[in-house]
Every structure is written in C-alpha cells, then in structure tokens.
Design a protein around this ligand. Structure first.
Ligand code: MLT
Length: 266
C-alpha cells in the first residue's frame, strides 16, 4: 500500500506492507523506494516493511538548497512517528541511505534495533569529491539529469548485471532521468558536507550487517570490510556478481543474508 504523510510541512510517499517487527528501507542517490521492490516483496511476508521516498525523490515533495544527512534522518524519524511506529526498526540503508543511517542512529537511538548497511561507507568526501559534487550539481541544474543517468549506470552496476540484466539498468536510468534537478543538487550538496563517521563506529551498539557487491567501485569491499571491523558487533557479507546496487542486482542472495542476520538476533 502507498501512503502519503505530511512531516514538517512536506509530503512523503511511503510504501508500507506486512505486519510484525518494523524494517525501514532507505534508498540511495538519486533513486526512490522502488529500488527495494525485491526486499519489500520478500520481507513483507514476515515483517512490517516501511519504504519511503526521501525528501526530493520519487513521489515525495521536491527539495531545494542543501539537504544534509541529518535532515533526511529527521524526516525518517518524523515519518515513523506519523505512522505511529513505536517499536525500534531494523534500519536498512543503501549508500546515501547508509550515510543517513549514521545520523539516524545518533539522533534517534531509541528508534533503531539493528543496522543493515549496503554498499556504503563512513568516511567523508575528499576535497576533490566535494568539488566534483558541486560541478555535478551545477550541471544537473543547467542541463537536467540525462548525463547523470548515463554516467551512473557503469558506476552503479557490475559488468555482470550490465551484460545479463540490462532491464534493471534501464529502469534505474529512467528513474534518474525523472528526478527533479533541484532535489538532485540538494542531495549532492548535502552529501558533500557530511561528517566523518569513522569516529562514531566504536559507539555503534546495535547489531550491524555490512553488505557489499564484489564489483562495487564506489564503496569497495575493502573499504566496507574495514568499516565493519570498526563496529563491535558487525557481520560482513560480500555479494558475488554485484556492484554498488547489490540488493537490486542479487536480490535472492542479499535477502537470504539479511534473513540470516535477523534470525541471529532472535
Ligand atoms: C548512492 O548510491 O547513494 C551514491 O552513490 C552515494 C554517493 O554518491 O556517495
């Protein structure tokens, strides 16, 4: 079921399915909640699945200026309150969704039961990465997202997915093409100013699962393995024949890994 909720004067589109312990799926940049369709179908059989479109993305209100990771995190807390979800959630975020997770776990600790971090990292942007993001933001504002849709395909997917599952790549590209340029720029600027979260890894006290595609070029297996080592109660899983979009590229394997992790908590 798709619901619309207003939080702080903004409208949010939220997919909510199933019943049981809540699991919150937080999409990456510049995508929307539909990237989790395989996970929603699978986990709604046993859990309450909540998958919102973040501010500026999908069918949620557009964004302007700079949207920081803490802003997205506070939106999510507001969405859970608006849905009257009282139990702590399993927070599953991909890439930018993981950057948001670091803020969420610090700002709303009572709302988190576990973390599932897919293809993400804790380190901040280098000066070069910040400059690239600003260039991309300005180009998207001037030209629209077409160039990004083309450029991101090779960065997001493994060569295996590009060869064997071109429809997934095409669907993701059309999602990027349909995203509001102001919202894309606002998230880029927000990611550029995100804090160094390597320093908070030690304080993460909820069970954590780190998942990464073997061909992820944006957040490589080495980077994620190191990150997982920094968290006292973390498990690490590498996904074969997957890139940066591992839950979309290898849904069966990733769903099983998440299911095994959740079972290990009970
Ligand atoms: C994402 O998938 O959310 C982005 O690649 C994150 C980023 O650009 O750092």
């Amino acid at each position: 079921m798709l619901l619309t909720k207003r939080v702080d004067g903004r409208s949010f589109n939220i997919r909510i399915e199933g019943a049981g312990e809540p699991i919150l799926f937080v999409h990456g940049f510049p995508l929307d909640q539909t990237m989790w369709n395989h996970q929603i179908d699978h986990f709604s059989k046993s859990l309450q699945v909540i998958a919102p479109d973040l501010r500026g993305f999908g069918e949620s209100s557009p964004a302007e200026g700079t949207v920081e990771m803490k802003d997205f995190a506070d939106d999510l807390a507001g969405i859970l309150d608006a849905l009257e979800i009282k139990k702590p959630v399993h927070f599953c975020g991909l890439s930018m969704g993981g950057y948001i997770a670091w803020e969420f776990v610090q700002r709303h600790p009572g709302k988190v039961k576990s973390l599932i971090l897919c293809d993400t990292k804790a380190s901040p942007d280098s000066e070069e990465a910040k400059a690239n993001r600003e260039q991309t933001a300005q180009r998207v504002l001037a030209e629209g997202p077409e160039f990004l849709a083309i450029a991101m395909a090779e960065k997001l997917f493994s060569p295996h997915t590009i060869a064997e599952n071109p429809d997934v790549v095409k669907r993701t590209q059309s999602l990027i093409r349909s995203t509001n340029p102001n919202s894309i720029a606002a998230a880029l600027r927000g990611m550029a100013v995100r804090a160094d979260m390597d320093v908070v890894l030690k304080s993460i006290d909820v069970p954590t699962l780190a998942i990464v595609g073997e061909d992820d070029q944006l957040t490589t297996p080495d980077v994620m393995k190191e990150m997982a080592k920094g968290i006292s109660n973390a498990q690490f899983v590498e996904v074969q024949q997957a890139g940066h979009m591992s839950p979309l590229e290898q849904p069966k394997f990733v769903n099983q890994a998440i299911e095994d992790f959740l079972r290990s908590l009970s």
